[in-house]
Design a protein around this ligand. Structure first.
Ligand code: C2E
Ligand code: MG
Ligand code: MG
Length: 275
């Protein structure tokens, strides 16, 4: 076995322990469960669950991010290795980690330690990482390990198209800020999402809409040709044991793409996953 975290919890000088939650990603064509995004939290004995937007910047500025994200990668790969083989897992990766050439190393170790097929792992990077010279080498190494790359929060700081092409980015995740204001007769956000979908498809990338909360947003996203959706409309991030039930379900889980209780396409009218 390659040197891995050995299941050891990251020692980052914080009481408590890391926890991963998993949020489903749903195919907008048919409601099929495609995979889960692993999202980090820290369970602290006094402060409760510390969210990633507090934890990650703190870990970055205290030099703990490499150890923390190595744990995330291995834990997420281990969990995914228990799921049906068609179900994918996505893990977020920090720019700091890429700059230190540690993301590819951590991914390699996690894959070796868990036996997960690299084809089932997507590493999510930010637009700023795509444009960052220092991060380039690690992105190349990640690709050589056979994992997929996705760009997160697309639209918040447009990466150059040249860079997206250069790194064979396969997935563009459209930032929640554009989705949350997406209504049938709304102009501006619709135009932005349409443009992102168009550019992504021209570059052979698929699109994931983040933060989908309503059936109206699903309708507009389907009209605009977005491929995959994540959001509270389908399911919030959930504990590993709940995700595992969905990820191992036979027949595979289908989510409703319409209002709660009005899915005409499906014989079972449920907005919740049909297991
Ligand atoms: P992200 O990767 O863009 O993750 C999506 C965030 O949107 C998650 O917040 C998720 O809980 C939230 N979300 C999902 N659906 C909805 C919705 O329908 N409505 C609303 N209002 N929110 C929704 P979370 O879990 O707090 O994560 C925040 C960010 O923290 C992530 O954004 C990601 O950038 C970062 N992060 C999370 N886990 C990790 C990690 O393991 N490593 C690194 N480096 N960053 C992480
Ligand atoms: Mg993400
Ligand atoms: Mg995002």
């Amino acid at each position: 076995m390659a040197t891995s975290t050995g299941g050891r919890l990251p020692q980052i000088g914080l009481e408590g322990e890391p926890v991963l939650e998993y949020q489903p990603a749903v195919d907008l064509d048919n409601g099929r469960l495609l995979g889960f995004e692993a999202l980090l939290r820290w369970r602290h004995p006094e402060r409760g669950l510390i969210p990633p937007n507090v934890l990650i910047p703190w870990a970055e500025s205290n030099n703990h991010i490499v150890e923390l994200n190595a744990w995330v990668l291995e834990e997420a790969c281990r969990e995914a290795s228990r799921w049906a083989s068609a179900i994918q897992v996505a893990v977020n990766c920090s720019l700091v980690q890429l700059r230190h050439h540690q993301a590819s190393l951590a991914a390699k170790r996690a894959l070796a330690a868990t036996g997960l097929n690299p084809d089932r792992l997507t590493v999510e990077i930010t637009e700023s990482a795509v444009a960052d010279e220092q991060a380039n080498q690690d992105l190349g190494a990640l690709l050589r390990h056979g994992v997929h790359l996705a760009v997160d929060d697309v639209g918040t700081s447009w990466a150059t198209l040249e860079n997206l092409r250069r790194f064979s980015i396969e997935v563009a995740k459209i930032d929640r800020s554009f989705i949350s204001a997406l209504e049938p007769h709304e102009g501006m956000n619709r135009a932005i999402v349409e443009a992102i979908v168009h550019v992504s498809h021209s570059l052979a990338m698929s699109t994931v809409a983040e933060g989908v909360e309503t059936a109206e947003q699903v309708v507009v996203l389907k009209e605009l040709g977005a491929d995959v959706a994540q959001g509270f409309f389908f399911a919030p991030p959930m504990p590993a044991d709940e995700a595992r039930v969905l990820a191992t379900s036979e027949p595979p889980v289908l989510f409703s793409l319409t209002e709660v209780g009005s899915d005409e396409a499906s014989s079972e009218p449920l907005a919740l996953p049909r297991t």
